[in-house]
Write a protein that binds this ligand. Structure first.
Ligand code: ACO
Ligand code: HSE
Length: 391
């Protein structure tokens, strides 16, 4: 068992209450969208900018471009060390680089920060074009809006069509939306641990998390970004992360790692914590220091509203449009995005053959942890070397 000392972050407020768009940019680039973005729920979002990172070299015709889409609290930093502008090391560092599954000698890998996020792209912590931060006035976004912004980014980068679109969890929802709404721009598809539509239970988990944030007095209707240091809803965000993290891991894993053990020197009988509580506190504290609560609410609501079949005659009909080669994978121990949901996708997508199963004790987070297995899927999906070279 890991014996990390209890983190004080939820007792002592963090310095900022969440990351802000002015943080050092690191290797990120930005593209401002030329026009206000029409939103599925009505209205437009003006002044959108999309942050992204790239690896490898773009072929003159852009045919070697691969789009990689991150999950809820991820960002554009798929590969590379932590550093200024990058609070965490690349979340798929094992997959992107020379000779790796996403071989940067061949592929031009592009990863945007999702619209509504807090790592460079426009979100609730961003300033309006001419005014204060959006805060609680930031509009409701759907997965479709996020993909529309990513398509505008692709336009700006001169990429007509992706050789492949790859994503897990919320990134998988967006990858699926790319395939259904823009099949001509999606050469191949890899969806990991994501459903065609969010289920009642997934919405229930999400709503517990947004309720935790909104019930924090520091939330102030979402208008907390200019509050004094630590005045934001960090307790609510920490609670949301604790709830979420349980759903990201499996019951057998938590049992094997922590069981009913007390955290050393912090026994529950003396007002202390169980080891598993300490573990959740640790993950909560880390998230509170690197993520904005407003973005967490916005993105969770986007996931809750995910339904690739909405207004398209239902899921089977919508998926029938996506005829590109597709691989659909689930994690066998995932209790949040159930493998049965991915089996449905594999059944209904014309270009998919069967469900691919990632074997992992770690639950939903297996799509982040089991990089050897994910790498094999990526290699299987991508066209052979002679079909895609930078020059
Ligand atoms: C697609 C995307 O981009 S999604 C974004 C991905 N990134 C994240 O989600 C960031 C948060 N991190 C995580 O969720 C996980 O660390 C993963 C999924 C990235 C990796 O999982 P694992 O390697 O299995 O890490 P695990 O869940 O065991 O956590 C390890 C941490 O818990 C700590 N820990 C373990 N036991 C305890 C305990 N009893 N008390 C306190 N802390 C503990 C460890 O010290 C370690 O801390 P560190 O990460 O600060 O070094
Ligand atoms: N650990 C991942 C899981 C969500 O899919 C995240 O925080 O984004």
């Amino acid at each position: 068992m890991n014996r990390t000392a209890p983190s004080p972050a939820l007792l002592l407020p963090p310095a900022t209450g969440g990351r802000r768009e002015e943080d050092p940019p690191g290797r990120r680039s930005w593209v401002p969208l030329e026009r206000p973005l029409p939103l599925e729920a009505g209205g437009v979002l003006p002044g959108v900018r999309m942050a992204y990172e790239t690896w490898g070299r773009r072929a003159p015709d852009g045919a070697n471009a691969v789009l990689v889409l991150h999950a809820l609290t991820g960002d554009s930093h798929v590969a590379g060390p932590a550093g200024p502008g990058h609070p965490t090391a690349g979340w798929w560092d094992a997959l992107v680089g020379p000779g790796k599954a996403l071989d940067t000698e061949r592929w031009f890998v592009v990863a945007p920060n999702v619209l509504g996020g807090c790592q460079g792209s426009t979100g609730p912590s961003s300033h309006r074009p001419e005014g204060p931060r959006w805060g609680g006035d930031f509009p409701y976004l759907t997965i479709r809006d996020q993909v529309a912004a990513e398509a505008a980014l692709a336009d700006a980068l001169g990429i007509d069509s992706w050789a492949a679109v790859i994503g897990g969890s919320m990134g998988g929802m967006r990858a699926l939306e790319w395939a259904v709404s823009r099949p001509e721009r999606t050469g191949a598809l890899l969806v990991l641990a994501a459903p065609a539509a969010s289920s009642a239970e997934q919405i229930a988990w999400g709503s517990l998390q947004t309720s935790a944030i909104r019930s924090d007095p520091g939330w102030r209707g979402g208008h907390y970004h200019d509050a004094p240091p630590g005045g934001g809803p960090h307790r609510g965000l920490g609670l949301a992360r604790r709830i979420a993290h349980v759903t990201y891991r499996s019951e057998p894993e938590l049992g094997a790692r922590f069981g009913g053990a007390a955290q050393p020197d912090d026994h529950p009988w003396r007002g202390g914590r169980y080891a598993v509580e300490s573990y959740l506190d640790h993950h909560a504290a880390k998230l509170v220091h690197r993520f904005d609560a407003g973005s967490y609410v916005t993105l969770t609501e986007s996931m809750n509203g995910h339904d690739v079949g909405r207004g398209r005659g239902g899921v089977p009909r919508a998926l029938g449009r996506a005829r590109m080669p597709a691989l659909i994978a689930g994690v066998d121990s995932d209790r949040l995005h159930l493998p049965s949901q991915q089996a449905e996708l594999a059944e209904l997508l014309p270009g998919a053959d069967r469900l691919r199963v990632i074997r992992s004790p770690h639950g939903h987070d297996g799509f982040l942890i089991e990089t050897d297995q994910v790498g094999l899927l990526v290699r299987e999906l991508l066209p052979s070397p002679h079909e895609a070279r930078p020059d």
